[in-house]
Design a protein around this ligand. Structure first.
Ligand code: GLY
Length: 556
């Protein structure tokens, strides 16, 4: 019965809703209820930015393992009437009391899990400030309207599915250490709840209502802020009211590239995503990839990824704290220099790339959604609390799972993090600094079409968006990009990771002979959400990665 109710909720999303000004809209998100929240707001007369607030907030409720009010996000917007392209950087910031050695023992060694689990792992959230900013500056409806679907989902609850339980299982032992988190997400016996049981989050509903009523002060000041600061301090964290007062989202200019006539618009630092994506495309731009044998094509893509991820590790961090050579990294001549050292017949081992390499971090649990209307107004948003269920710590009485985004900093130069990424001092911890991200919400645009896309996946986000962009360049549609078998190289570790369908037996053997190391990934990775507008026909399409449980729909 519960399963039937679950399916009824999931599949009864009205698709007849259109924009108030009769524009159709396409929405793809990682959860059916989040997509439904977006359409509900469109039906109320909201624009795509209102819908983006509703989808972001709904994801915070229905995917508490992936993103939420205790985390951060990047919203990449385009407004057609004035051709505005802007990124709202709602990335978390290190607390004012943070120190570069805060996760090291007295011998300078990283203390395992300190930057991953519990209150000390949590950075100051940017998501609530981002939602308020997006709604008030770009939306048509009130913040309360836009948060209403999320409030409802939190209050009345929703049936948890397989994916939710799989994620909970990964973190269940850690969650058991935090009574407030266990109280919300585990059953009375401290075990996993039943499949399709109803998850209600009344405290989270109250926090959302507070934000709906008081804007940013509903989270960063007053009752909720007190609870956050007190709980974090009690659990060994270092947040103060001054941290919450100081948090601001930043509007940034996107980074822009051009790959064979496709305008590529993506996020600048504090994410590495846009620069690494465009640099990789620049390296590949001189090859006629489609004319090359498949194996050569994959080898060249891997070699380009290797070089861009190497630069990521050397140069990228929070541009408000360090100087980043953005122009050089995005320069075509620079890319040509990197390309000139690529051999068609042989892999370059990563340790032959120059430069002092230091450690860098990246979490995997994140979410993405894409929205576009027939005019071309659009939002690509990637949202995260870092690892699955973030720090696994919920501040008492708030229902807010705090992120463990501090793990995306380099705790210790020279070491490799839990996800295998290495980085440089550019991404060392400092008070108020944003930790480097790989989130890559992106627009791809030609005279004819505009695509909006992105995915979760930690360090692999950039290579997934890259493969999708190359597929777009070949004229394929969103259904193909989101479901492509994937392969990935991130400079260190020096290995091609691949989903089974991405490489044939012959390709694997030949790549090995060329000097590549390979590792099959045990599980599929990514959860790409993409929408596409054909500008001439005003035709919309949308696709949601079959690896996930999301829904992609176009209003009719
Ligand atoms: N925490 C994942 C990222 O920012 O890329």
């Amino acid at each position: 019965m519960i399963k039937i109710l679950f399916l009824l909720v999931i599949f009864s999303i009205p698709v007849s809703w259109v924009h108030a000004d009769n524009q159709k809209v396409a929405i793809a998100s990682a959860h059916p209820l989040a997509t439904a929240a977006g359409f509900e707001i469109i039906a109320k007369g909201g624009n795509v930015y209102d819908a983006a607030v509703a989808v972001s907030a709904a994801l915070a409720v229905v995917e508490p393992f992936g993103s939420g009010l205790g985390g951060g996000a990047y919203w990449l917007l385009h407004r057609e009437k004035d051709k505005l392209d802007v990124v709202i950087d709602g990335r978390e910031k290190a607390p004012l009391a943070a120190d570069k050695d805060m996760y090291l023992d007295k011998n300078g060694k990283v203390i395992p899990k300190l930057s991953l689990d519990g209150a000390l792992a949590a950075a100051i959230p940017g998501m609530p400030a981002g939602l308020v900013h997006l709604s008030e500056k770009y939306g048509r409806l009130t913040l309360a309207d836009n948060l209403a679907p999320a409030v409802r989902y939190a209050k009345t609850g929703f049936a948890i599915g397989d994916r939710y339980l799989r994620n909970l299982k990964v973190r269940v032992d850690t969650i058991k250490q935090y009574p407030e988190t266990a109280r919300i997400y585990l059953n009375k016996e401290q075990n996993l709840p039943e499949l399709y049981s109803i998850l209600r989050q009344p405290d989270l509903a109250d926090t959302l209502i507070n934000i709906a009523q008081h804007g940013r002060d509903g989270f960063y000041k007053g009752e909720v802020a007190d609870k956050l600061v007190t709980s974090v301090a009690k659990a060994g964290g270092i947040w103060t009211q001054a941290d919450l007062d100081a948090y601001q989202v930043i509007e940034r200019n996107p980074v822009v590239g051009n790959y064979k006539g496709i305008k590529v618009t993506s996020v600048p630092p504090s994410s590495s995503g846009g620069i690494a994506l465009i640099e990789t495309l620049n390296i590949l731009a001189a090859y006629d990839l489609q004319a090359l044998p498949k194996l050569t094509r994959k080898h060249l893509i891997v070699e380009a990824m290797r070089r861009a991820y190497h630069d990521r590790s050397l140069y990228l961090g929070d541009g408000d704290f360090i100087s980043i050579p953005v122009e050089r990294l995005l320069n075509m001549d620079y890319a040509a220099g990197l390309r000139s050292a690529i051999r068609f017949d042989k892999a370059l081992s990563s340790d032959q790339l120059s430069g002092q390499i230091e450690s860098q971090h990246q979490g995997t649990n994140t979410t993405h959604f894409s929205i576009i209307d027939q005019e071309g107004n659009r939002v690509a948003a990637t949202l995260s609390i870092n690892f699955i269920f973030g720090s696994a710590f919920v501040a008492s009485g708030t229902g807010v799972v705090l992120n463990d985004e501090m793990d995306d900093f380099d705790s210790q130069p020279g070491a490799m993090n839990v996800y295998g990424l290495v980085g440089g001092i550019a991404n060392a911890i400092a008070p108020s600094k944003r930790m480097l991200s790989s989130m890559t919400p992106t627009f791809l645009e030609t005279d004819k079409e505009v695509a909006v896309l992105g995915t979760p996946g930690g360090s692999r986000i950039i290579s997934m968006v890259l493969l999708a962009a190359l597929n777009f360049a070949e004229g394929k549609g969103p259904e193909t990009w989101v479901n492509l078998p994937r392969f990935h190289h991130q400079f260190m570790p020096d290995v091609i990771e691949y989903e089974p369908a991405a490489l044939s037996e012959d390709e694997i053997n030949t790549l090995k002979q060329m000097g590549h190391q390979l590792k099959e990934v045990p599980r599929p990775y990514g959860d790409m959400q993409a929408v596409l507008l054909n500008k001439h026909a005003k035709f919309l399409s949308a696709a949601s990665d079959k690896r996930g449980e999301g829904t992609a729909q176009v209003s009719q």
